[in-house]
Design a protein around this ligand. Structure first.
Ligand SMILES: C[S@@+](CC[C@H](N)C(=O)[O-])C[C@H]1O[C@@H](n2cnc3c(N)ncnc32)[C@H](O)[C@@H]1O
Length: 330
């Protein structure tokens, strides 16, 4: 392990892996539609074989282009967590997140790290080069396939990196989930972690679900432990832009005091009132580190542009990073 050093591709970013934002976004969309279409026509019994063939083909193409790397999942799995058709963008965003944890929230190489909604281990992959001896990594997610992939590849190579599923309901990510996210008890003891990350998760959860996850985060943090969570926060600056449909994504429908992308599934993408988030953190005993770091999802300012380099949530290929709420357990 490189204990405390950032991965070389993170340090060299800008020189080496120049990624076309437009290509990344469009190719992700097209591939997503194609995968959906194939799923609809291939019978359930033949799906595992079709998936294997698809992964073999896309991995082969990426290998031929010189883009493959062992800790990066196949295209089909990457698209579960975002528009990551380009594996270089997937790695770049993970490495940039870890830089953000270090620069903005003081993550140290010896930290015990909790990845809430870890997906397929995008951040875990980057942390394998940053966390040192004595550090621990635990990740959980409601989606079975991305977690299974991370277990079979990342844990196999880095046994101190653990992944598990928590079978919670989310219409978009796990419609068969049995437990409501507002009831889930995180599967860890009180006071276990130095650092907890929730990236692009609360933008997919309604308020009572967020409230439970934030309270559980506080419970499993050590005293003095820190958490970084991304949100789209509604306040007097952002709300007029949201209601005018000028944000990325467009969130023009009302869900209580929240704003959502579609009324059919409010948790598909949702923005929460900043005052509500502040009250929640205060109520559970997490002190927000001021100022909240503003992303570019609603407006681009010199401060929000400066945050962009950390790729915190939103569309990694467009200027649409989310707000980063960093807080400390008293
Ligand atoms: C946009 S992805 C972000 C994944 C990961 N945090 C990252 O930054 O790469 C949102 C993730 O939240 C997970 N998720 C959604 N609802 C969840 C829930 N109730 N419990 C755990 N994970 C959930 C999804 O399965 C998905 O992996």
């Amino acid at each position: 392990m490189l204990c405390g050093r950032l991965p070389s591709h993170a340090r060299q970013r800008g020189r080496g892996e120049a990624v076309s934002a437009h290509f990344a976004e469009t190719s992700s969309k097209i591939t997503g539609y194609l995968i959906g279409a194939v799923k609809r026509v291939v019978p359930a019994s033949a799906q595992p074989g079709a998936n294997r063939l698809f992964d073999k083909t896309t991995n082969g193409v990426e290998r031929a282009l010189g883009w493959r790397e062992d800790l990066t999942p196949p295209l089909r799995i990457r698209l579960h967590i975002g528009p990551f058709a380009d594996p270089r963008l997937y790695r770049l965003a993970g490495d940039a997140n870890v830089e953000g944890f270090r620069d903005l929230a003081g993550l140290r190489p010896g930290s015990s790290f909790l990845d809430i909604a870890c997906g397929c281990g995008r951040v875990a992959r980057a942390l394998t080069s940053y966390l040192g001896p004595g550090a621990t990594y635990e990740g959980f997610d409601t989606a079975v396939k991305p977690v299974a992939w991370a277990q079979s590849v990342i844990t196999a190579k880095f046994p101190s990196f653990h992944f598990r599923t928590a079978d919670t309901f989310n219409k978009r990510y796990n419609p068969q989930g049995k437990t409501g996210a507002s009831e889930l008890i995180f599967p860890y003891e009180d006071g276990t972690f130095d650092f907890a990350f929730a990236g692009s998760l609360y933008t997919h959860m309604v308020p009572d679900e967020v409230a439970n996850f934030v309270a559980e985060t506080k419970r499993v943090l050590k005293p003095g432990g820190k958490t970084l969570a991304t949100f789209c926060l509604l306040n007097e600056r952002t709300l007029p832009l949201v209601d005018a449909g000028k944000t990325m994504p467009r969130l023009v429908y009302r869900y209580g005091d929240c704003r959502v992308r579609t009324e059919k599934d409010p948790a598909h993408f949702i923005a929460h009132p900043e005052s509500w988030v502040r009250d929640l953190y205060a109520k559970v005993g997490l002190r927000i580190v001021e100022p909240i770091e503003r992303g570019t999802w609603a407006e681009s300012t010199p401060e929000s542009k400066a945050l962009e380099k950390y790729h915190l949530g939103g569309s990694p290929s467009k200027s649409a990073s989310q707000d980063a709420v960093i807080a400390v357990k008293a």
